[in-house]
Write a protein that binds this ligand. Structure first.
Ligand code: N2P
Length: 343
């Protein structure tokens, strides 16, 4: 009798497991409020397994070496979408399953990094600019990335711990293309970063808001999203869109080629495209949404906040990052040397 009961239980468990629907999400740290995950689970009966990363390169390595389809949704930035799609790491998006697609703002669609958005759905965006605490620094003296090289910022700057963001500010300072693949130009950008090192106090990209709130750091280049969060807690913090131009950091929802739960992944994406869902994210995590319907419903102070939503005039200076192909290796080598302090 006992044995029959045990067999029955095992059979029941296996049946229950097979029937459990899941979606495995791998997202940037602090990039989705937990209550929305719960809401999705409740609405759909799909269990969300959730993990976080801190930079595109970590994400890339995980996906490149994931043999068994560990993830169904990941959120690379535009340049990494470009690289992954070219390397065959992404599953095409089935837009017929995304009934909320039409809410997206066309400014963010059909860019070079993914023509026709065959593989990616814009999720959240921000700009890389200069964050300044006006109690300590005169923001009028900082209008461009090049100003960060001034000796007055000796040992003061926060630098994003992010290869592309660091090279981009150096390339902009030099007046070069932020997607340059010319070895001489990349070398010049590296030399410029070496020159910047005495001013850098810390490399960090996951605790930026808190560092500014606590005034451990008072100036540096940062993502607008973190700076916005910090500015709500510490009113002396402001954000400058540099004159040379600046990079848009657009993070996208994509499905890896070997994902095991493609249908559930589309359901998750469509949920995040729903205006009443995505509009809950900017007030909580500081990043802006490319969903135009959601933007209209944001509280006015957020809608008109220049950190979250820069004017169309400012946006004209915005640049999108693309993949660098074989030049990636050159950047990576210089990045490693920079971080270990070799020249
Ligand atoms: C915030 C995540 C930042 C995403 N922790 C930058 N692309």
């Amino acid at each position: 009798m006992k044995r029959i009961f045990l067999l029955f239980s095992l059979f029941f468990c296996a049946f229950a497991l097979a029937d459990t629907k899941v979606v495995n999400v791998y997202n940037w740290s602090d990039f989705l409020p937990p209550h929305l995950i719960k809401q999705f689970e409740k609405e759909t009966g799909i269990t969300v397994n959730y993990a976080e990363f801190d930079n595109n390169e970590t994400l890339y390595t995980k996906i490149k070496h994931s043999k068994h389809g560990d993830y169904d949704i990941i959120t690379p930035s535009s340049y990494m979408v470009d690289r992954m799609r070219q390397e065959g790491l992404l599953h095409p998006i089935d837009k017929t399953l995304l009934t909320n697609w039409h809410h997206l703002d066309s400014f963010f669609l059909n860019r070079d990094y993914d023509p026709d958005n065959k593989y990616s759905v814009p999720y959240l965006w921000s700009s890389t600019g200069i964050a300044v605490n006006t109690l300590y620094h005169n923001p009028k003296e900082i209008t461009k990335f090049a100003d960060l090289w001034q000796p007055q910022y000796h040992h003061q700057l926060l630098a994003l711990d992010d290869l592309r963001d660091c090279f981009t500010i150096a390339l902009l300072k030099l007046g070069d293309d932020i997607n340059s693949v010319n070895p001489d130009t990349i070398k010049e950008a590296y030399r410029a970063l070496i020159d910047l090192m005495p001013n850098i106090r810390v490399f960090n990209s996951s605790a930026v808001a808190n560092m500014f709130i606590d005034e451990d750091i008072t100036v540096g280049f940062a993502w607008g999203g973190d700076t916005f969060l910090a500015s709500r807690e510490n009113p002396h913090i402001t954000f400058i869109y540099p004159q040379e131009g600046f990079q848009i950091s657009l993070d996208c929802l994509v499905i890896p080629t070997n994902a095991q739960h493609v249908k559930e992944a589309h359901q998750f994406i469509n949920f995040l495209l729903r205006p009443e869902i995505i509009s809950q994210i900017p007030p909580r995590i500081g990043y802006a949404t490319p969903n135009k319907t959601a933007n209209l419903s944001l509280p006015a102070d957020l809608r008109h906040n220049p950190i979250i939503n820069p004017s169309p005039q400012v946006l004209k200076r915005a640049k999108f990052q693309r993949d660098l192909g074989t030049a990636n290796r050159i950047y990576e080598r210089y990045w490693e040397r920079l971080k270990i302090g070799a020249d």
